[in-house]
Design a protein around this ligand. Structure first.
Ligand SMILES: *[C@@H]1O[C@H](CO)[C@@H](O)[C@H](O)[C@H]1NC(C)=O
Ligand SMILES: *[C@@H]1O[C@H](CO)[C@@H](O)[C@H](O)[C@H]1NC(C)=O
Ligand SMILES: *[C@@H]1O[C@H](CO)[C@@H](O)[C@H](O)[C@H]1NC(C)=O
Ligand SMILES: *[C@@H]1O[C@H](CO)[C@@H](O)[C@H](O)[C@H]1NC(C)=O
Ligand SMILES: *[C@@H]1O[C@H](CO)[C@@H](O)[C@H](O)[C@H]1NC(C)=O
Length: 339
């Protein structure tokens, strides 16, 4: 029991989908010497990789030609001055998370000149708008934990290969992201949690597998919203203001969905789900009845729900609210939690 519940807890805390959590690549242990033209404050075990992270740097150091992977995270950098990337206009990865950079201190002729950039990791700075214009070759863009209030609609234009976009912990509104995702073809993950959205983002690409919109002010899911996302497997809308009247009949009835997190909202009833859903999180709502038809539409000895996890703790139902025929329908559920 214990490992299973800790796993569950981990996934509830948002640590779940491990294939997309990552650590920065460690500095390779085998090379002790930097390549010759690497500046002393950094470490270049290879002619293409320069590690300058965690060094209290206040500026972007001199970068030798040939570097394609640049690690500048966890420093005290406030400014990106014109010319600093002139030796490396074909840089692939720029990792500059956790510094102190404001939008007005990114000079022209820096990031906008990096035309081969594939990963830009710029989380936990002080940006009020996205950096750039960014290269169309971008595959992963992380801007979590900045102060973004605007996200102009052309920011991501032409980024055919963009698969991961992290915009959590900013101050974006429904209006400020209108049109932002138009034309994206490869996006798999959009994290727009902890912003100021009143609605789920409009115009998100049909390629999406994961949509995270926790901790906003969302009251409902528009009819047909998920029908336009035929690949979606993970939808998280916890800690919002969802009410029953904002959930049209059948809105979650899409067969791709595996995990639906609607916890910490104001729902009074269990929404109707598809037969294929495996994890349903409804803890801390105002649910006062256990309506089996929402979960088991065609219960019979041969037909049963695929649900493995059902959380109903923090509601007004108990084990005794479960109808007698529940166990047949919910035979796959190893975790049904009421309190
Ligand atoms: C470019 O590389 C040369 C040679 O390593 C170096 O002298 C120069 O300072 C570098 N320029 C920048 C902006 O890093
Ligand atoms: C970031 O800059 C602010 C001033 O804008 C300063 O108060 C703060 O100490 C800086 N933080 C770091 C980690 O340098
Ligand atoms: C997208 O990736 C493919 C394959 O790596 C590449 O050929 C193409 O140029 C990329 N597109 C852009 C806009 O960079
Ligand atoms: C849910 O979707 C399935 C498969 O697409 C469909 O057969 C079924 O009629 C739908 N149910 C409702 C209530 O819309
Ligand atoms: C099982 O459910 C499907 C709809 O999902 C229904 O069409 C079918 O008749 C049910 N089969 C049995 C044996 O109840």
């Amino acid at each position: 029991m214990f490992p299973l519940s800790s796993l569950l807890l981990a996934s509830l805390l948002g640590l779940g989908i491990c294939q997309y959590d990552y650590d920065y690549p460690p500095e390779p242990p085998y090379a002790v010497m930097s390549v010759p033209n690497c500046v002393p404050e950094c470490y270049c075990p290879l002619p293409t990789a320069m590690y300058c992270d965690d060094r209290k740097l206040k500026y972007v150091p001199i970068i030798p030609m040939g570097i394609k992977y640049l690690y500048l995270q966890n420093n005290l950098i406030e400014e990106i001055k014109a010319g600093v990337f002139d030796n490396v206009t074909d840089l692939r990865w720029l990792v500059i998370d956790n510094n102190n950079i404001t939008s007005d201190k990114i000079q022209a002729g820096t990031i906008d000149k990096l035309t081969s950039l594939e990963k830009t990791l710029f989380s936990y700075n002080k940006l009020t708008k996205p950096p750039g214009p960014l290269s169309k070759s971008m595959e992963e863009l992380r801007l979590t934990g900045n102060q973004l209030t605007s996200f102009p609609s052309g920011t991501l234009a032409g980024m055919q290969n963009l698969t991961m976009l992290y915009l959590a912990k900013n101050q974006l509104t429904t209006e400020s992201i209108a049109g932002a995702f138009k034309g994206l073809k490869s996006l798999l993950l959009l994290d727009i949690s902890e912003n100021k959205l009143k609605k789920l983002p409009a115009g998100v690409p049909s390629s999406l597998l994961m949509l995270y919109a926790d901790n906003n002010d969302i009251e409902g899911v528009p009819a047909g919203y998920l029908a336009k996302l035929p690949e979606l497997q993970y939808l998280r809308v916890s800690h919002n203001k969802l009410v029953d009247s904002g959930i049209p009949a059948g809105v979650f009835n899409i067969s791709s969905l595996l995990e639906l997190d609607l916890s910490f909202n104001k729902l009074k009833s269990i929404p109707e789900i598809s037969d294929s859903l495996e994890h349903l999180y409804l803890q801390v709502n105002e649910i006062d009845k256990f309506d089996l038809t929402s979960i088991c539409k065609f219960t019979s000895p041969m037909n049963y729900s695929k649900l493995k996890t059902l959380r109903l703790d923090g509601n007004l139902v108990t084990h005794r609210s479960m109808p007698d025929d529940t166990s047949n329908c919910l035979r796959m559920a190893s975790e049904i939690i009421f309190e």
